[in-house]
Ligand binder design. Structure first.
Ligand code: AGP
Length: 603
């Protein structure tokens, strides 16, 4: 994903900007570039490929100066070439900018600007912005030219702009793409993602949509006053430490993830939960009789599990859809409907678009997200932070568990507003408080799972099957495996096997079967027997103490017994580890899998 980085202050800008780009590189990119200003002199270096290529070029062409900007690009418009890398500049090489987003009307703008005599050098949409600002920059202030230019633009942007003839100044502008400013004693660090700011500043400003900030060494002006909030995490949380990959670090951190999510929120005496972010809408929530849960990818699978929880224990009708479909549908909603949006990053374009559509209809919207101050958090205004800490690996793991923990608490919250008894509420939250320890027990089977990954690494195709609460876990397990190992993996409801999937089963097509001791266990055993009868290898995820499963499946990974509705929080962990070890065996780029981005901030 594209990410921008900027600095202005008393220090040497280049190392800070480069560090910012490195810290944001987990989302995937294909080229990079930096521009450094020293007084009136601006110097720019760009390179295709990884940041190491840019660093090599900078060794031969070191850039000195105390202000500047940089970008890592994930190509949307224009091939992966050095000329298409950011920063982009105007005709006179006076204005330079970096951009995260998409200029949807760039063709029309480019055509008009060429007619007005501008010459373009790249094939990107972004370059249009540089010429547009040049057009309006008639010796006035850079920020005024930027403001005027953006009025012509349709699209999204997290934008940083500088000008040689208006030096020692960075103009930042935001619409839909995140942009933050770290503040630290007369120096400012700008970035798309708070992880790039964490080592340099503890106070940040989140720009809102349509805000333009003008940052110079001793001054920061934003159209609307913003009260800085403290960053939610430290620099250490954004580093791998001794783990070989962020993904493994994040899988191993899941017991703490659950602990962080429940901390201060479980009211054992009342068999209830406290979710402060819902206080302002508590009365409205009491009146709703229908929930729609909207999310993408892994978050959508969490939503599917939330649906089962909310129906079974809160007694509320709940439906789920993927945001990219929902935003173009014509859903029937009314004052008794609430829509819950789930997004780790809080920046996923489809989810945000669906959210804005529901707000237009006046529907109650609730956000469940991991990033404080994210676009979704600010758009919904009410919701629950999952408190999972920065999730760096593209493949979502601990945030998924944070989402499930939050949905379990939301189920108790809404259930206790309705017919859920104190006893039932107490049982759920008491079991929830046991989950961190149960998760630690599951993580101890990592060496066994690593061996199983080796055993199954000869296969190229995998089925994942589950029922009820574990059907979405089958989908999630398949997604984890495919997105980091590039192997073909599909999830299916166990009951669907005979409607097609069984045709694929033979000795070369293994199945991972989620069959904890729950209300659909016998049905899952039947499914496993159907598969075995056709020679298909089966790796089962089952509950500790199950004696028969070893006679039926080829391999078994055990998880502790817990409430059926909480089982997914344990059954997903072996699948995360299985995917991780398989990808490691295959030598894949685990934290930054090809073609994928951590947060899809464009459609
Ligand atoms: C999951 O491993 C993927 N990274 C992807 O499916 C992700 O869950 C999806 O893009 C949604 O992201 P969000 O939670 O930040 O909205």
């Amino acid at each position: 994903m594209c990410r921008v980085s900027g600095y202005i202050g008393k220090k040497d800008a280049l190392p800070i900007i480069m560090d910012g780009l490195r810290r944001q590189s987990y989302g995937g990119y294909d080229s990079a570039g930096v521009l450094i200003g020293d007084g009136f002199n601006l110097a720019c270096v760009k390179a295709v490929g990884k940041l190491e290529n840019l660093e090599k070029k900078l060794e031969n062409q070191p850039l000195k100066g105390n202000w500047g900007l940089g970008q890592i690009r994930w190509a949307t418009h224009g091939a992966v070439t050095e000329i298409n890398a950011h920063p982009h500049q105007d005709c006179k090489r006076n204005i330079f900018l970096v951009h995260n987003g998409i200029i949807e009307n760039y063709r029309d703008l480019k055509e008009q600007l060429i007619k007005e005599g501008h010459t373009f050098s790249s094939g990107t949409d972004t370059e249009v912005l540089a010429h547009l600002i040049e057009k309006y920059f008639q010796g006035n202030l850079l920020e005024e030219a930027v403001r005027r230019a953006l009025k012509d633009v349709r699209g999204t942007y997290g934008l940083l702009v500088v000008a040689g003839n208006d030096p020692e100044k960075i103009v930042a502008a935001r619409l839909s793409s995140p942009l933050l400013i770290g503040i630290n004693n007369g120096e400012y660090i700008l970035a798309s993602d708070p992880t790039a700011i964490a080592p340099y500043a503890r106070r940040i400003i989140n720009l809102d949509d349509y805000e333009i900030a003008t940052v110079s060494q001793d001054d920061l002006r934003v159209i609307k006053e913003k009260i800085p909030v403290f960053l939610e995490f430290t620099a250490e949380e954004t580093e791998k430490g001794e783990c070989p990959h962020f993904m493994l670090k994040e899988i191993m951190a899941q017991p703490e993830t659950i602990e962080n999510a429940i901390r201060g929120r479980l009211l054992f005496e009342e068999g209830a939960v406290k979710l402060g972010g819902l206080d302002s809408v508590s009365a409205q929530l009491k009146k709703i009789n229908r929930l729609i849960l909207i999310a993408c990818g892994t978050a959508n699978y969490a939503a599917r599990i939330g649906k089962y929880m909310l129906e079974e224990y809160a007694g509320i009708s709940a439906e789920v859809d993927v945001a990219s479909e929902f935003r173009y549908r014509k859903p029937m909603v009314d004052e008794k409907t609430a829509v819950i949006f789930i997004s780790q990053s809080g920046e996923t374009a489809d989810t945000l678009a669906a959210l804005k559509e529901m707000k237009k209809k006046g529907v109650l919207t609730i956000g469940i997200t991991n990033v404080v101050g994210s676009s979704m958090a600010r758009e919904t205004g009410s919701g629950v932070y999952i408190r999972s800490g920065p999730e760096i690996a593209v493949a979502s793991t601990k945030a998924f568990l944070g989402q499930l923990t939050t949905l379990a608490m939301l189920t108790v919250y809404l259930g206790r507003q309705r017919n859920m008894s104190l006893v039932t509420g107490g049982r759920i939250i008491s079991e929830l408080s046991n989950l961190p320890e149960f998760a630690r027990q599951v993580l101890k089977s990592a060496p066994q799972i690593e061996k199983l990954a080796k055993k199954y690494s000869e296969f190229k195709n995998f089925w994942f099957i589950g029922r009820k609460y574990n059907f979405p876990i089958a989908l999630e397990g398949a997604l984890k495996l495919k997105e980091i190992s590039y192997l073909h993996a599909e999830g299916a409801a166990g009951g669907e096997l005979k409607h097609g999937p069984l045709a694929l089963i033979d000795e070369n097509f293994p199945t991972i079967a989620l069959c904890p001791s729950d209300s659909v266990y016998e049905k899952m055993i039947s499914n496993i027997q159907e598969i075995k009868a056709r020679g298909g290898p089966v790796l089962a995820i089952a509950t500790e103490g199950n004696k028969e499963i070893k006679e039926i499946a080829d391999d078994v990974i055990f998880i502790p017994k817990t409430l059926e509705m909480l089982t997914p929080m344990l059954s997903v962990i072996p699948l995360q580890l299985f995917a991780y070890y398989m990808a490691a065996l295959l030598g894949c780029d685990i934290d930054k899998p090809r073609n994928l981005a951590k947060s899809c901030t464009v459609e």
